[in-house]
Ligand binder design. Structure first.
Ligand code: NAD
Ligand code: IPM
Ligand code: MN
Length: 355
């Protein structure tokens, strides 16, 4: 049987609760569809940092490199500054494995509620394609004259031609596979006058190569407003690292809950492992209570299987999620229910097992 090697990193907070449910459902899919998952567990987290002064060992990425994919929960916990924890584990993975595409679907699922009045699942079904390795998240800059009145900080935004072109190309190719065949670009070329006009320039050049795709572009401020007032306008939305980050919390919020939102950090060339994680973080406010929603994690698992070539298994998981939500199955508090994290995981694993 086919074997996929998966590195499993629950990380911090609710990651420790969502990842086991993700694995439960993946295991059910593997049994039903006849493949093996060879799991390798890593407990790297903020606790590791407190014990060792590092979020992961010095050769951490090399330890993960032999896996086909990484299945991650969340990173970050009070007591360790976020820029240390995230730049010690999550960001090095995205950059070190050149996972330059972050795919973040935003879908109103039947049986769940959007905070937007009068919207139905037909109105909210778009996907954010986020640039994931450069842009505003650069390591160029720093603090000068610390502690003096002359003190200042800078962090350059880095937009390379290769970096812009490859994420835009991915967005257009993705749009070719979708019904509406539309790509929207997130920009801010009226205010950010070096990088964003360049981004627009690269977008226009790419758009010219895809005459079959409808395009438009909006400044990020009004784009946020349009996500709320006109979610039905959007199909594929491509954005820089920071704009994509913002839009991929806003999108799931208009679609109902950040708790169900999945993401895939992809290296399309498959030169390195890709990484799959929910969009949400470690949620310290609800961690350890067995009440967080595991669906974002489980859906991320479906995206992982899709990437690994197990399309039928991926579709079965998504179908189980859709049926559970549409048919009033167990749901957690963020979706207005009373179920526990494990109740939802068990129900989905059972649904996947039975088909
Ligand atoms: P968060 O996503 O952890 O939580 C925001 C809010 O959403 C909280 O009220 C939380 O309870 C709720 N929420 C999140 N996931 C949920 C789920 N599955 N079910 C139900 N409710 C859920 O964002 P934050 O509070 O800004 O960040 C907390 C920590 O996580 C920080 O350290 C942050 O840096 C980190 N973080 C990590 C990632 C990641 O690992 N990819 C992503 C975002 C934030
Ligand atoms: C996400 C998160 C991360 C990001 C943070 C925790 C560094 O918000 O995955 O969306 O900004 O990419
Ligand atoms: Mn984010």
């Amino acid at each position: 049987a086919r074997t996929h090697r998966i590195a499993v990193l629950p990380g911090d907070g609710i990651g420790k609760e969502t990842v086991p449910e993700g694995l439960r459902v993946l295991d059910a899919a593997a049994r039903r569809f006849g493949f093996n998952l060879e799991l390798k567990h890593f407990d790297w987290s903020c606790e590791t940092y407190k014990e060792t002064g590092r979020m992961m060992p010095e050769d951490g990425l090399d330890q993960l490199r032999t896996s086909d994919s990484v299945f991650l929960g969340a990173v970050g916990w009070p007591g360790v500054p976020d820029h240390i924890s995230l730049w010690g584990l999550l960001i090095p993975m995205r950059r070190g494995f050149d996972q330059y595409i972050s795919l973040r679907p935003c879908k109103l699922m039947p049986g769940t509620r959007t905070p937007l009045a009068g919207r139905t699942p037909a109105d909210i079904d778009f996907i954010v394609v986020r640039e994931n390795t450069e842009g505003e998240y650069s390591s160029s800059g720093g603090r000068m004259f610390p502690g003096t009145p002359r003190e200042f900080v800078t962090q350059d935004s880095v937009f390379t031609r290769v970096g812009c072109d490859r994420v835009m190309k991915y967005a257009f190719e993705l749009a070719m596979t979708r019904k509406r065949r539309k790509v929207t670009s997130a920009t801010k070329s009226n205010g950010i006058t070096f990088t964003m006009p360049y981004w627009d320039e690269r977008f226009a050049e790419m758009a010219a190569q895809y005459p079959g795709i409808t395009t438009d572009q909006f400044h990020i401020d009004i784009l946020c407003a349009h996500f709320v007032q006109h979610p039905d306008w959007f199909d594929v939305v491509v954005g820089s690292n920071l704009f994509g980050d913002i839009l991929s919390d806003l999108g799931p919020a208009v679609a109902g809950s950040i708790g169900i939102a999945p993401s895939a950090n992809i290296n399309p060339e498959r030169a390195h492992p890709s990484m799959f994680e929910p969009v949400h973080g470690s949620a310290p406010d609800i961690a350890g209570k067995n009440i967080c929603n595991p669906i974002g994690q489980i859906w991320s698992g479906a995206m992982m299987l899709e990437h690994l070539g197990e399309a039928a298994a991926a579709a079965a998981i998504l179908d189980a999620i859709e049926r559970l939500l549409a048919e009033g199955g167990p749901r957690t508090r963020d979706l207005g229910g009373q179920a526990s994290t494990q109740d939802v995981g068990r129900a989905l694993a059972e649904a996947v097992a039975q088909g």
